[in-house]
Design a protein around this ligand. Sequence first.
Ligand code: GLN
Length: 484
Amino acid sequence: MSSPAQWTLTETRDRLASREVSSREVVESVLSAIERRNRELNAYVSVNAEAALEEARAADERRARGEFSPLLGVPIGVKDNIAVRGEPCTCASRILQGYRSPYDSTVAARLRAAGAILLGRLNLDEFAMGSSTETSVYGPVRNPWSAEHVAGGSSGGSAAAVAADLAIAALGSDTGGSIRQPASFCGCVGFKPTYGRVSRYGLVAYASSLDQIGPLTKSVRDAALLLDVIAGRDPRDSTTLDVPGLAAEAALMRVGAADLRGLRIGVPAEYFVAGLDPEVERLTRAALRRATELGAQAVEIRLPHTRYAVAAYYLIATAEASANLARYDGVRYGLRVAADGILDMYGRTRAAGFGLEVKRRIILGTHALSAGYYDQYYLRAQKVRTLIRADFAAAFERCDVIAGPVAPTPAFRLGEHLDDPLKMYLSDVYTVPVNLAGICALSVPVGRTAAGLPVGLQLIGPAMGEPTLLRAALGFERERERPS
Ligand code: GLN
């Protein structure tokens, strides 16, 4: 029999509910998996073994008393940029060394209220800036399927942990692809919700108009379940949307076998161009072909402003980051480097505390916002953002979901893009448009390369399109599991 660490979230929940297994056994199983593989993968940066076992014991008692909550006694991993009261929140940066969160993020509070055990903190690119988890102060996360390859980023720790069964499920954050791309590289499901669907309260801000928290899971149903728990209006985040609850998992249960039938899948010409790895293209097209065999309809669409998305994203994201990261000055958080006066202290602390990539972005963003350049860079990027949003709006007149690659390549080699930031930025071409438009998207595994590296398919939905997206993803997932 498989060990509990290998179970999906819904499976774990169901087996706990039927008392087939105790929470203690589940937590122990996950802890021993971490013990076995975390040194090699570097997915967790800290683990609360003692506290988790204690919470598991309490959860088992509550269940014995007949209590029920949807995630009672289920261990979940959290990306190290999401606040959990009393725990470190380092964002994989030296500047937050020693800092502990004084409060719970809304997602952490909701997970706890649902009974979940927040087991440990997951590695990421410093302040979530990157696509490979190589800018982490803790060192890179390794791809569970090949030690020489990256896990993707910035939620590389979350994706690797879920894919290697070091977590039942995890939370990540996605500003320009950081949930979807590592999910694709590691072979799990990664869901970036519509902007405003999930509260950002307690998520360390990178680029506030783009950031969104979402699940990384072993199955589509798991993503729906986790989304149900974390989504919803939050008075502490005024950008959250006041819309009815999702009940996404329940909706998926009602879906029959032929869930792809009648679905109009938009296929953007701009997503299948030079630079797309032939194996990624082959796997993507094969998945689409199977979908049409099952009764989905492929519709050719155009997203003409795609080619400007990376440039616009890297102006807007860095501009917002330069403002958001101004708060790390040695006064209130983490690191403080001793100096003669306060200005000197600011300078020394920031020089010593931030890594190279973070500094590069603060400088870029500050430049883009500076007098005389603002109109040329920031304002223009905002105009492009509007055009990209309009592209999607026009496309969704003709289709229900859009399908394409998540990234131009499978997981690349460690170090391959590290000394060429532009190359790294360009690899975000398929994911950043979604964040610029504020819509939702996910990555669902569709196959593996000859070398055994996983490849995900990106499905993009309109704002509030989560139910359709999940239904479509379930169709692709089932199709893949069907013996051929
Ligand atoms: N790779 C993108 C960046 O570096 C996206 C990161 C993210 O989504 N947090 O900004």
